[in-house]
Write a protein of this length. Structure first.
Length: 529
């Protein structure tokens, strides 16, 4: 329990504000004289008491002692939010317009939403590490096994086949539930990744990572789906941006551990064993993550292509084109810096850190704008201008190359939260997971085509010109978003997908069921927890 105590002297007007229920970072209801308790907010426990005494020096003013005790309903990440909430709760000048602080989600979350988001962030941390380990260690593994750079490229390409496994597993989430498939994918991916430490050659290491990669992709897709189904309508992009940052922290943990690869010829194997340390964290996640409230609610089955053909083809084309540009832009960057610009390994590392780390600024800004102002404009700007500045970077030398890449990275990151939400938002509950799995496979196909196309183009031109040619893809994708994809910001999923029945309103929150409620989805047989 955290405690905030205010002792202040106030005039009658400001005192009236303290004696009224709060409607800012928390919604209160009166509980006795001078007492207030939680009506809605991201707290598992909350109480505020106000005691008033006349001021001895000025009878027109009052000496007020306000005591607020609370416990955030955010598992694992609670410590990061204690100080901001203390600061917000300490203010005696109360706003009545429900405007949230800049660091908070635009829509007020309830205890369930906060708990779910904390659990999803923990799972995203695991996914970030698992999705990074093969790309960071393959050069060391190939060095021990005596494989060439071409063998490494082929292995990384083959790992993408895991998207087919993800398509099957994610599709099962429409029948068996999101929670069980997510936890199974996360835990199994940790174990399969650890099995890669025993690989006697690059081929078997690649095979293990095809399976692990498919499981990790399943985990990532279900994280976005559950966030879309659980978060308030006006805070879905905020949730994705926070989850993306914790995923980046997981990827960073892999980089922190990378020096272990220098401890000996097989030092890289340690990085594959480390995911086993995430298993206790996943057990913690399982205790706090309920089944999606929209999955357990009665819903109809739906065929992806038949029922939502237009949305499916528009989204599939858009993600195909974005990936066809993004894959070569990211995966060929190090080769470009080394061969075309003569960068050393340490300079490549410095370039990556300095131009990529500020991307979190784009995530924060993009998530906020996507929730408050709308998705389409920020996604279009992020896709088109992010790609354009990336082309400028590939065509520049010296400091302009660094500057264009940095600004392009930030712009592209602004589109990330909304892009991650389009597929979960634009399909009904009965086919949401299947649609996401198929679109992910289409996106991976776009990455493959983009890499092959740029590979052919660079035989006749430098990489800068090749990237300029395929810039047409993001431009078309931006047009699809702007003119053919509906606006989804601040709309309930049932409004976007009318075939889903509206969820019942409980306790002032749409579908705010208790974690222990024994509710089951029609025909699913899956308990809520």
């Amino acid at each position: 329990m955290a405690t905030v105590v205010n002792t202040v002297v106030l005039d009658q007007a400001r005192l009236a504000g303290l004696l009224a229920p709060r409607t800012d970072v928390v919604d209160e209801v009166p509980d006795g004289e001078g007492g207030f308790v939680l009506d809605r907010g991201p707290f598992s426990q909350y109480r505020r008491t106000v005691s008033v005494e006349p001021d001895a020096q000025d009878p027109t003013r009052s000496r007020v002692t306000e005591t607020t005790t609370f416990r955030l309903a955010v598992p694992f990440w609670r410590v990061l939010f204690i100080w901001p909430f203390k600061h917000a709760l300490r203010s005696v000048d109360r706003r009545q317009d429900r405007r949230q602080p800049a660091w908070a989600p635009p829509d007020l979350m309830d205890a369930r939403s906060a708990t779910v988001l904390g659990a999803l962030c923990s799972a995203a941390l695991v996914a970030g590490y698992l999705g990074t380990v093969i790309t960071q260690t393959i050069t060391y593994a190939a060095g021990q096994f005596g494989n060439s750079a071409g063998d490494q490229a082929n292995t990384l390409a083959n790992v993408r086949v895991g998207a087919l496994l993800a398509m099957v597993l994610v599709g099962a989430a429409d029948r068996r539930g999101r929670r069980g498939i997510l936890l199974f994918s996360a835990a199994t991916s940790c174990v399969v990744t650890a099995a890669g430490a025993l690989a006697p050659n690059l081929l078997l290491l690649g095979v293990s990572q095809v399976v692990a990669g498919g499981l990790t992709t399943t985990l990532l897709l279900l994280l976005a789906i559950i966030a879309a189904e659980e978060m308030p309508a006006g805070s879905r992009a905020y949730a994705i941006s926070v989850m993306t940052m914790t995923g980046a922290l997981g990827a960073g943990m892999c980089l922190w551990a990378l020096p272990l690869a220098d401890t000996g010829p097989g030092g890289w194997r340690i990085l594959y064993v480390l995911p086993l340390l995430f298993l206790p964290l996943l057990l913690h996640v399982s205790r706090h993550l309920p089944e999606s409230r929209r999955f357990v609610a009665p819903h109809r089955d739906a065929t992806v292509v038949t029922n939502h053909a237009r949305r499916f083809w528009v989204l599939g084309t858009m993600f195909f084109l974005v990936s066809a540009f993004g894959a070569p832009a990211t995966q060929l960057l190090n080769e470009f810096l080394r061969t075309d610009r003569g960068f050393s390994a340490s300079r490549i590392s410095l370039f990556t850190i300095l131009t990529s780390t500020p991307g979190f600024i784009g995530l924060i800004i993009g998530g906020r704008i996507a929730d408050v102002k709308g998705r389409r404009i920020i996604v279009t700007i992020g896709i088109v201008f992010g790609a354009l500045l990336t082309v400028f970077s590939f065509s520049s030398h010296g400091w302009p190359m660094w500057a264009w890449n940095l600004v392009g990275t930030v712009l592209a990151a602004t589109a990330g939260p909304a892009l991650s939400l389009y597929a979960p938002e634009l399909f009904p509950t009965g086919s949401r997971a299947r649609a996401n799995g198929i679109i992910r496979a289409v996106s991976v196909a776009g990455s493959y085509v983009g890499l092959r196309l740029v590979g052919r183009l660079v035989t006749h031109a430098d990489l800068g010109h090749a990237m300029a040619i395929i810039l047409v893809g993001p431009v078309i994708a931006g047009g699809l978003v702007l003119f053919l994809i509906p606006e989804t910001a601040r709309r309930e999923l049932e409004d976007i997908n009318p075939e889903d029945q509206p969820l019942p309103v409980r306790g002032g929150q749409l579908g705010a069921t208790d974690r222990d409620t024994d509710t089951t989805a029609t025909g699913s047989g899956n308990p809520l927890s």
